[in-house]
Design a protein around this ligand. Structure first.
Ligand code: FES
Length: 136
């Protein structure tokens, strides 16, 4: 089976359930005649796929060099302070999941982040507070 075919099936599961559970991976492996390790490998390779349930909104802070050089770490720290969670965690109310990611293609607006599919650039701690308040 082509890796792209497997990726399509995994993406469909992610869209339907919000994440890809171990049970789902086992089911896909059996159905597609591949090992669970293959399904797991593809699922964990892509940052937009998750093996854990995610919050209603997913914040992805860019950790690549151009953003890092423009205080990307300070932005990540202000998210941690605002939400009280570390990268890889979800708020107790299920509102936000916070992740670090590689370049999101907005280097000209560094430091940048994604909230769901929305790109935010030239971030400051003050802007972070404002942006987070606009999500329910
Ligand atoms: S390096 Fe951060 S968006 Fe490209």
């Amino acid at each position: 089976m082509e890796r792209t075919e497997l990726l399509g099936i995994i993406k469909a599961e992610q869209e339907k359930e919000g994440f890809v559970s171990e049970e789902a991976m086992a089911g896909m492996a059996q159905k597609m005649g591949v090992s669970v390790g293959d399904v797991y490998g593809v699922t964990t390779f892509y940052s937009f796929l998750s093996t854990k349930p995610l919050g209603r909104h997913v914040i992805r802070i860019c950790k690549s060099v151009p953003c890092f050089l423009k205080n990307g770490e300070m932005i990540a720290a202000s998210i941690e302070t605002e939400l009280g969670i570390a990268p890889g965690e979800t708020t107790a109310d299920g509102r936000f999941t916070f992740e670090l990611t590689n370049c999101i293609g907005a280097c000209d607006q560094a430091p940048a982040m994604l909230v769901d599919d929305e790109v935010y650039g030239e971030l400051t701690p003050g802007k972070i507070k404002e942006i987070l308040q606009s999500y329910d």
